[in-house]
Design a protein around this ligand. Structure first.
Ligand code: CAA
Length: 296
């Protein structure tokens, strides 16, 4: 089901977006923006990572063509709307910046400090796709916390229609409205609102479920295959929890669990030892070729 819309943006809407990070989430966000006629500038830390991000987006656009969701012409036009940089200083003219780097608070606060320095438009919205870091921590390291908001997308971004908007105690109403209008009217996504709590709505529910599945596999209660099969066939989930953990990335799940545990001190958010050992072993899921399953 297509979730982006091939319509020209109306007057006053956001037409220049910056995306920080071209990993799976950043690439997905950049892709849906480009498909929605938005000029997109994507930052990565090195030229090689920027090139890998470009390839990731182009192959996803190609998948859109082969599944008949977009025409080859739309794919080519979307590709032309994407530019890449390794210099955040190039974000000077952006109206909306969506940060989507690794789930690491120090790295994210460094990005927000830099964005605050370089983005000149006083109306610009500075957003984070963080899964679990409180947005206030990012807003408070800028001189404009009222312009900072959480815009949380879901993997695969071109497929899943939700954006969670996370407003802090300081986020301005106009910023919330502008972010909502962009997500709904430009990207064609649907929005839910959440207070600024680690994990927002979806991860507060999803992460304990994934961690429970990992604990179940760890204890030998059932095999990973049977745990996944049970939830796919018994509850009509599109994929089982351990396949989903591999898709999201076990390092990301660990980082989210740690943030949520820090926030709530609830044992259900504590990362189980098997998850910690798998991350230490470099078994990060699909992206490393090995998690609960192997990906060749
Ligand atoms: N890019 C573009 N399109 C994609 C895609 C991608 N990366 N992955 C799948 N698709 C499209 C396919 O082209 C296909 O389209 P058509 O039906 O039009 O042909 C459609 O999506 C279904 O894909 P597949 O047939 O290949 O596979 P599937 O039916 O098994 O679905 C899936 C794959 C979309 C990943 C599905 O299993 C699913 O939705 N899983 C659940 C994912 C989920 O829960 N994500 C949320 C994770 S939580 C998160 O992201 C936030 C966080 O903070 C952790």
């Amino acid at each position: 089901m297509p979730t982006t819309r091939e319509v020209a943006p109306g007057p006053g809407s956001i037409t220049r977006v910056g995306v920080v990070g071209a990993g799976r989430m950043g690439a997905g966000i950049a892709e849906v923006c480009a498909r929605a006629h938005v000029d997109v500038l994507v930052w990565e830390s090195t030229r090689d990572l920027a090139e890998a991000g470009r390839s990731r987006i182009l192959s996803s656009l190609d998948r859109g063509v082969s599944s008949g969701k977009i025409t080859r012409r739309e794919r080519d036009q979307a590709a032309l709307r994407l530019r890449f940089t390794t210099d955040l200083g190039d974000f000077v003219d952006r109206q909306l910046v969506i940060e989507a780097i690794v789930e690491d608070e120090a790295a994210k606060t460094a990005v927000f400090r830099e964005l605050d320095r370089v983005v000149t438009d006083p109306e610009a919205v500075l957003a984070s796709n963080t899964s679990s870091i409180p947005i206030m921590k990012l807003g408070s390291c800028t001189a404009r916390p009222e312009r900072v908001i959480g815009m949380h997308f879901f993997n695969p971004v071109p497929v899943l229609p939700l954006v969670e908007l996370v407003s802090t105690l300081e986020t301005g109403r106009s910023v919330r409205e502008r972010a909502e209008a962009f997500a709904e009217q430009v990207l064609g996504k649907q929005v839910v609102h959440s207070a600024d709590r680690s994990g927002a709505v979806v991860n507060a529910l999803l992460v304990p479920y994934l961690l429970s599945a990992i604990r179940m596999a760890e204890s030998g209660f059932a095999t990973p295959e049977d745990i996944d099969k049970a939830m796919v066939l018994g509850c009509a989930h599109p994929m089982g929890p351990l396949s989903l953990a591999d898709l999201v990335g076990l390092d990301t799940i660990k980082a989210i669990a740690e943030s949520m545990y820090t926030e709530f001190r609830e044992p259900l958010y504590a990362p189980p030892p098997l998850l910690l050992r798998m991350v230490e072993a470099g078994r990060l899921g699909e992206k490393s070729g090995h998690g609960f399953y192997r990906y060749d």
